[in-house]
Design a protein around this ligand. Structure first.
Ligand SMILES: [Zn+2]
Length: 380
């Protein structure tokens, strides 16, 4: 015989089922007609300049590369010169970022080529990392976000906002080279997996690959105490993707910025080239999985730009042009307009609402001050 408690449980479960079905139907009603995106993967490449994305490696910087360097560094610089030097800007960018200039440029959209009247930028005026990530992920340029300290973000990210919805709960995850992503995403209270810096990933069943990654994070030399080399977060994120199949995934790569600050244009280019190859791997892997194929949008952008000419390695409030960014959208709902020309300016603050809209969610209704959606990338 059922106890009153058992009956109460049955009643509660029935109620939950009815409520969740009601919620599902409400959500699908909000999904833009024809929207196919079920998953979004957001990749941010720290401090990667629009100049290299659209023009390839800078011939002037390549020219001087390595001339003042000793031994190994000089050899690596020479190698980079051979690798990325080409006669024209079109060839140079194709050589540096072949995925962007094949698949993304023919099937998606790229904003930020100022040579063609397309402007993408951050609005936070500080032009450094935490404010840039926070602007992108929350949709707001909050003046309280004014340092790179690993402190909790005063605002929830769109990832936290989505994870609070039943249809996304537990299907959101963030991976990043920089340990400060813990603060930016407000781990652990955000309620989803944030794996950053050198932290081992232990929340999914171990695999030989994951075990090796965790060992490498522990044992590899730490050139930067708060930031792991990009292969660590990338491969960790891929292991997680295969195991848990998240609907909203963040990947933060950091070597472009680190090598630029170190003054190594060769390694900055190598990091950009590797990041492009990671985008290809992500795209090919997701297109091979039924959970993702034909229903996943990839968004790529940096958290800030850098200076021009001799100031290429610098960024921040005192380098005004480091507000300049770029962005890439590739997915089933984005019309294949390729490299955009003469567009309305877009900003990193519009990413949160656009990402949510691709998933059929109205971020602006929940966070009215967030940047508006970018309509050009919706409604194929
Ligand atoms: Zn940065």
């Amino acid at each position: 015989m059922r106890s009153p408690w058992a009956l109460y449980r049955v009643l509660c479960i029935s109620l939950l089922v009815v409520l969740s079905q009601a919620r599902v139907s409400t959500t699908s009603a909000q999904t833009p007609t024809g929207s196919k995106t079920q998953n979004v993967i957001l990749v941010m490449i720290d401090g990667m300049r629009w100049q290299e994305v659209f023009r390839g490696a800078d011939p002037d910087l390549l020219q001087t590369l390595g001339s003042d360097m000793p031994g190994d560094a000089k050899q690596r610089a020479e190698l980079a010169r051979q690798r990325y030097s080409r006669a024209t800007a079109a060839e140079r960018r194709q050589t540096l970022m072949p995925f962007l200039w094949s698949v993304a440029s023919s099937e998606g959209q790229l904003f930020g080529n100022r040579d063609l009247g397309s402007d993408s930028h951050v609005i936070n005026r500080l032009n450094f990392s935490y404010p840039g990530y926070s602007e992108t992920l929350t949709g707001l340029a909050d003046p309280r976000v004014d340092s790179n300290d690993n402190v909790p973000n005063p605002n929830p990210t769109v990832f936290e906002w989505l994870n609070a919805k039943p249809e996304f709960a537990g299907k959101v995850a963030a991976f990043g080279a920089w340990e400060v992503f813990n603060g930016i995403f407000r781990a652990p209270r955000c309620g989803f997996v944030v794996n950053a810096g050198y932290d081992a990933l232990t929340t999914i069943p171990s695999t030989p690959e994951l075990e090796l990654l965790n060992t490498l994070k522990r044992e590899t030399v730490r050139v930067w105490p708060d930031e792991a080399f990009d292969p660590m977060p990338f491969h960790t994120a891929m292991e997680y993707l295969k195991a848990r199949k998240p609907r909203v995934l963040f990947l933060g790569l950091g070597e472009t910025d680190d090598w630029a600050h170190a003054g190594s244009y060769a390694e900055y280019l190598n990091a950009a080239h590797l990041a492009d190859d990671y985008l290809r791997e992500i795209w090919e892997l997701t297109q091979s999985m039924p959970e993702y194929r034909g229903k996943t949008t990839l968004i790529v952008l940096p958290d800030h730009g850098r200076g021009e000419g001799g100031k290429w390695n610098d960024h921040g409030e005192k380098v005004p042009e480091s507000m300049q960014t770029w962005m890439v959208f590739l997915g089933p709902d984005t019309p294949p307009l390729g490299e955009r020309k003469q567009t309305h300016p877009v900003s990193d603050s519009q990413i949160a609402a656009t990402l949510a809209a691709l998933l059929g969610e109205d971020y602006g209704a929940g966070v009215p001050k967030a940047g508006a959606i970018i309509p050009d990338v919706l409604g194929k």
